[in-house]
Write a protein of this length. Sequence first.
Length: 1170
Amino acid sequence: MPDTAAPFRAAPASPKFPELEEKILEFWQQNEIYQKSLQRRADAPPFVFFEGPPTANGMPHPGHCLTRAIKDVFPRYKTMRGFRCERKAGWDTHGLPVEVEVGKELGIHSKEEIEQYGIEPFIHRCQQSVWRYMQQWQRLTERLGFWVDLDDAYVTYHQSYVESVWWSLKNLFQRGLLYQGHKIVWWWAQGGTALSSGEVGQGYREVADPSVYVRFPLVDHPERSLLVWTTTPWTLPSNMYAAVHPDLEYSLVRDSESGQELYLASALVDKLAEKAKVQLETLQTCPGSELVGLRYLPPFDGYRDALGDPSGQLIQPEGKQTSAHHFWHIVAADFVTTDSGSGIVHQASAFGEVDYEVYDQQRRRFVEGQQPELLCAVGPDGKFTEAVPEAWIGLWVKDADKPITRDLKERGLLFFQEQYLHDYPFCWRAEQDPLIQYPRRSWFIRTTKFRDLMLKNNSQIGWQPEHIRDGRFGNFLESNVDWALSRERFWGTPLPIWVCQETGRMEAIESYDELLSKPGVTGTEVWDKAKAENPDLVDDLRVHKPYIDEVTYASPFAEGARMRRVSEVIDCWYDSGAMPFAQWGWPHQNESEFRSQFPADFISEAIDQTRGWFYSQLAIATMLFGPGADLSEPGCESDAVADLCRDQDYPLPFRNCIVLGLMLSQWWESEDKDKKKTILLEESETKEYPDKKFTKQIGKMSKSLRNYRSPEEIFDRYGADALRWYLFANQAPWNSIIYAEQSIKDSIPEFLLRLWNTFSFFTIYAEIDGFDPRDASQADDQLKPASLASAPKYRPASQRSEIDRWILSELNQTIATVIERMDALDNYNACQAITGLLDGLSNWYVRRSRDRFWAAEAQSQDKHDAYWTLYETLLELTKLAAPFTPFLADTLWRQLTEPFAGATLPSVHLCDFPESDRDRIDTSLSQSMRLLREIASLGRAARASEKLKVRLPLAEVTVILTDDTQIAWLQNHDALIREELNVKQVHYTTQGDQYVQYAVVPNFKRLGPKVGKQVPAVKKALAQADGNQLLAELQANGRVTLALADGEIELDNEDIEVRLQAKDGWAAAQGVGCVVVLNTEVTPELQREGIAKDLIRAIQNQRKAIDCQYTDRIQVSIDAGSDEVRQALQDHREMICDETLADSLDVGPMDSVQPADSEHGQVFVAKVPV
RNA sequence: GGGCGUGUAGCUCAGUUGGUUAGAGCGCGUCGCUGAUAACGACGAGGUCCCAGAUUCGAGUUCUGGCACGCCCA
């Protein structure tokens, strides 16, 4: 080693991780490490990652840390493993939440108010609003160490993105997959708008509504009626069907009073008879399925009078022609129950989602053009329009229940009525206005046509956890309904359909350019003018409302007519699902980018995205690119695109997906008398409020409750690595995870600090001895193990000591495990493996090698072996940890490579991931070492149980083993045991009859398949037999013969296992395969040595108490209490002085020195002046 | 009401194809170490594997039915 200043400097003992991380962040930024990590893989095979776009319209919270951490760790890992992993960021910018946020700002709510305010300025505000928390998002992303291309992010409102979405919608439109239909929504009639489910959820109140039982006379048996139940009498004029459950039993009963015959569910006959106070006599019964098809007279004649009794042709298999009536017959429906009502449910399909499905099914029975229409006697204002008695037209429907009931009663159709209490939604901003379910014209994508293909696609996806595939997601796909695409809102991707104002025929447009190329285009000047007036407007707005609505062109369908866009925008989930191609603006541009980045190898989001992004991506990709999707349907003008994608294979558009659990918070809560809550985030803080009683809470994070620490605070207190390691290493990622400050804090000593301490240990000794890794003259820029071999003192592992070979074996085994687990997207077990390695390194390798590092001879081969082993292990461990704790890893890398002064790669993140050297894995050595560690552990346990502290030397331990295979190896290492257990001698034996009892137990795993039902008998026979004798027989013959009730059975040594049981009366501890027995005899010599060691401890403590540097010399005097102590001092004077760097050791008090008490007398320590 | 998931030590969680002493970390207790030192280590106590039934020679693990909690959807 060179004589110059030591290449390594001792690292500080207690680092401030947050500060180190900030330095690394700066280093990464200034040196463009992320960009370099990509450049190094420019020509490598791709590992494709898709970023699910978050919305920057809200503050990032801890849950985003989890998704972003998981999204970071695998790309980092794959990059180190030699893949090119581009990470394009993305932002979700459209949708109702943005409008709501802007509305709040403006103090307005309804659509009407927005229109009054002006769509144009409203949209401008929306566009600005989406970037409100951009800075916080960028900061969080960076600070967490999530490497992603924020500068090159895709944005869903950008023109190129919108145009990609348009292209895909045109594709669907031309293939006949985009159609208009009805959607039943919660409708605020007074405000003229639909409410989102979230808004509806806010407005539920308990109210009393009528529950009526109405007679519907049968057409063919006028004396018989269906007893039909409804809780919304106002929907009766719009009645279409009556629903029964096909599997329930129904009864025909006679009302003894009126003589009427009624059908109702058998299970409800008694209940209704009692309620209505009538006698119901059962005439006959039948299953509901037999009632299906019976025709009845509707309760009101309005539609019958207006439409007659319309009918149409049914779809028939062999061209047969059968017609059927459209309305007023019994249908089968699974949702009918006997919990309440009559078992026959009134169906007004316009006013309920399940009712509408019934209608939809009926509709599909008929051939195109002959289908029943939807009966709806109510206008969007919630008032009757038609098909009701003259007097009711214009009546608000919720006021109609009473007159309708009265009318039915007068006509003798009302069987019974009552009130019932239930929760019903009201408008959250007009509390007196009840909402009604109401059909709205809406655009749909015919996803149901692709149900089987989506299921097939889904079945190929690598889901983590697997149950998502056939569980939540699979079930969701099974029950697929057509995608309701349109939204009657303002800030979203405009639906690119233009309608001929005269014929109603439509065209889809795939880009702004295509629109401009249309004949007779007008309206673009509206945008031009707005832009001229306000040059700051982003150009992307030209494809948004209201500007795009102004663009019209000449209709190709009718001379002189104009084509005008429909007014709707689309569901923003469609935006997100189009991201695989829209992020590139494909197919209008970036052909090669799209092709090389599709499909994704890996995506990840939390489970709430099952019906969100996971579905939208899968649905869109299945429809557009899936094999089996018929892309050559007539009218599809994108054949070139179709060709391009035809060779795609499932799964699309992502191959693997980690579905993360929800993130919960944990806090301590106390409530005052006046209901004021005190929220604490750490249990320890509760001690500061002794008068309050706190209860621990686990639940959702809530901004208003402030029941969680902001990520920024976590970073400042503990650092990003602490949070990351906590997230990666504490549970499988799909379990819901508790964001608890204490747990995050705990991950520091668990992993970060332990790694740091091991590194710090290395630097301390490396500085003392001047260890110089530059001796490896051929070292490559990543300091790969093989390249270190060029150092003169570097010996092959095979020549080094056992413990070196052991830790190198553990290292290489761990590398293999980590690679195997990470390739399977299993970060949890990868981290477990790394933790295990670090434990072995810190708690066994370093601990057992301290003497080697402290050895006086700085240049001894053994010491060099130790350095090279530890150095190499630290380097590789640093690389292993790099994807998980990128900051600490880079800090260590930079310090470990510092002696090379720039000749090595500047960042660990530019390195290759370690490779496992199979030749260095020695499984039998691992086993032996495990046994050795167990023996040491048992020895300590035996000592503890006898209250014999380790400082007191003992003469001997005896280790009894069940077989002798390991004995020779152990004997070669008994120095280790002697030192660890502080004993003079270790004795190994298999002949331990004196100390132990042998028991032979079955090896069930092997015996089970072999003898089956005889297992219990074998077990019993073995238990009853003399263990020692069996063992002797086994050792002599290699097998034993056992007499069972039904014959003999022969067992070899693999079939059975020998167990040891320590006999009473010995200081022993037993493990599975061995027993450690202590010789507890303490001779006076041993006693004195123990005293000497006690005194060394006391002196060392005192050294520290008087602030000695570790090289300071001291003078010591012991005011010994007994002859024994004095004798001990005399016997072990040399050892005591050596260990404590004492120049003198006297007996008796020392003047003007403050003594320390010890069990062997007062200890005086004084520094020797230099 | 339906679907999915979870239930294992005081707490937070692991537990591979069923195999007989059920593990880790934290916390707690005892102790050790004192040239990694405001760190570190060892040992110990602590379990009805939610309950009940079934399959099996054998169930924390498989099946059925409950219970509790969570999420999604009605």
